[in-house]
Design a binder for this molecule. Structure first.
Ligand code: MN
Length: 363
C-alpha cells in the first residue's frame, strides 16, 4: 500500500502543544542565560505565584553563589491575591496593574512562563512575548495551550500543579537530588502551589506523586499550618457578603444535576468586595448530594465592554452509571478550557445570555 500519511509541515510540529525539553534541559538552558524574566497567567493563583517565586529564588541563589548579581525577576498581571506579598517576600517582582502597559526597559535574554501557555491568559504580556518564542520556555501542566508562544516546552499534563516539574528544575539548578534538600525559602512557595492547586490535598488530582512531593517539602522545613492560616484564614468580611449574594443567586438545573451561581458587577460594588474575593465560591454547592456540576458566572468589564467569566467544577465520581461531567469539554465548546474536573471560559455576552449558553452546553 502506498504511504498516504500527509507530510507534517515543520512549523506545525514546532507549534504543537507538545513537550520539547526535560527538566535537566531547562536547568542547563537557564544556566546559559544572563538575565531571565519569569511570567505566569494574569490574575496569578498559588501555583502561578509559587512556581515563579521558587524558580526565581533558585536561579538567583545559583547566581549569587557564583558571584553574579541576581538576574531573575518576576512580572505579574494584576489582580493579585491578598497574600501574594507574603509569598513574594524580597524576590524581585513587579505587578502590572490592569490595562497598564508592560514596561519596556528590561530586555531579558530568556523568558520563562509557568502555569499557562495560552495567549488568552497571557494577554497583558502578548505584545512583549511576540517575536520572542526562541528565547522563551514554557513549563505547564494544562492540557491546552498555544505552542507558538515558546520554542522550549515542558508540559507535565499528569501533574496536579506546575510546581511539580518546577521542583525538579530547582533541584537540578541547586544540585540536590531530592526536594527535601531544597532551602526552605524555595520549598515553601513550591508547597503553596501544590497545596492550592489540589484544594489543600482534597481534589481528585491528588495522587502518590503529589503526596510524596508534599512530604519531601515538609522534610525541607515547610510550616504548613502557618501557610494554611495565611492562605485560607485571612478573608475580609466583604467576601462573606459577596458569598451570600452568590448563594442567593443559585439556580438548580435538576435534569442536568447542575448548580449555577451568578455575580453581577453591582454585587461587587454594593458589598465592597474586590474581584478576587469570589475565589472558591464554585466549590460550595458541590456539597449538595444531587449536584454533579457547578458553574460560577461572574460579570466583568474590560475595554471591549461587558463579558462573563465562567468557572466550572465537576464531581469526580460516577452518578447512577453516568460518567462524571468533563467540564474541559464543556468549556472548549464555549471557547475556553482547563481540566476535566475544573475549567473556565470567557464569554463575550452579558450575564443572562451567557447563562443560557452555558446551560445549553452542559450535557
Ligand atoms: Mn496550576
Amino acid at each position: 500500500m502506498p504511504d498516504t500519511t500527509p507530510m507534517i509541515e515543520d512549523d506545525t510540529l514546532h507549534n504543537e502543544w507538545t513537550t520539547t525539553i526535560d527538566a535537566k534541559g531547562i536547568a542547563d538552558w537557564i544556566n546559559e542565560q544572563h538575565s531571565l524574566l519569569l511570567l505566569t497567567h494574569a490574575k496569578p493563583d498559588g501555583d502561578a505565584l509559587g512556581s515563579t517565586v521558587a524558580l526565581a529564588r533558585a536561579i538567583n541563589q545559583t547566581r549569587n553563589s557564583s558571584g553574579a548579581a541576581s538576574l531573575a525577576e518576576c512580572w505579574y498581571a494584576a489582580p493579585m491575591p491578598e497574600w501574594s506579598k507574603t509569598i513574594i517576600g524580597n524576590t524581585k517582582a513587579r505587578v502590572i496593574e490592569d490595562n497598564q502597559p508592560v514596561p519596556g526597559a528590561f530586555d531579558p535574554e530568556g523568558v520563562i512562563i509557568t502555569d499557562t501557555g495560552s495567549w488568552t491568559q497571557l494577554a497583558p504580556f502578548a505584545e512583549f512575548l511576540k517575536g520572542r518564542a526562541e528565547q522563551t520556555t514554557i513549563i505547564d501542566h494544562h492540557l491546552q495551550g498555544d505552542g507558538e508562544v515558546a520554542s522550549r516546552r515542558l508540559l507535565d499534563t499528569e501533574a496536579a500543579a506546575v510546581v511539580q516539574p518546577v521542583a525538579d528544575i530547582c533541584c537540578h539548578l541547586l544540585g540536590v537530588d531530592c526536594p527535601s534538600k531544597l532551602p526552605v525559602d524555595i520549598a515553601t512557595p513550591l508547597y503553596v502551589g501544590l497545596a492550592t492547586d489540589t484544594g489543600w490535598f482534597k481534589h481528585s488530582n491528588v495522587d502518590g506523586r503529589v503526596m510524596r512531593l508534599a512530604g519531601q517539602l515538609l522534610d525541607a522545613g515547610v510550616n504548613q499550618s502557618s501557610l494554611f492560616a495565611m492562605l485560607y484564614q485571612r478573608d475580609r468580611a466583604t467576601r462573606f457578603k459577596l458569598m451570600a449574594r452568590a448563594l442567593e443567586s443559585m439556580q438548580l438545573i435538576h435534569d442536568k444535576h447542575a448548580a449555577i451561581m451568578c455575580l453581577k458587577l453591582d454585587d461587587f460594588k454594593e458589598t465592597g468586595a474586590a474581584p478576587g474575593e469570589s475565589g472558591g465560591f464554585v466549590d460550595i454547592p458541590q456539597s449538595v448530594a444531587s449536584i454533579r456540576v457547578v458553574a460560577m458566572l461572574t460579570e466583568q468589564k474590560d475595554s471591549d465592554g461587558v463579558f462573563t467569566k465562567v468557572s466550572l467544577r465537576s464531581k469526580p465520581d460516577e452518578w447512577e452509571g453516568n460518567p462524571p461531567v468533563d467540564v474541559n469539554q464543556v468549556c472548549n465548546s464555549l471557547g475556553g478550557g482547563g481540566h476535566a474536573r475544573a475549567a473556565g471560559a470567557k464569554i463575550r455576552l452579558p450575564l443572562e445570555e451567557a447563562t443560557l449558553k452555558l446551560i445549553e452546553a452542559l450535557p
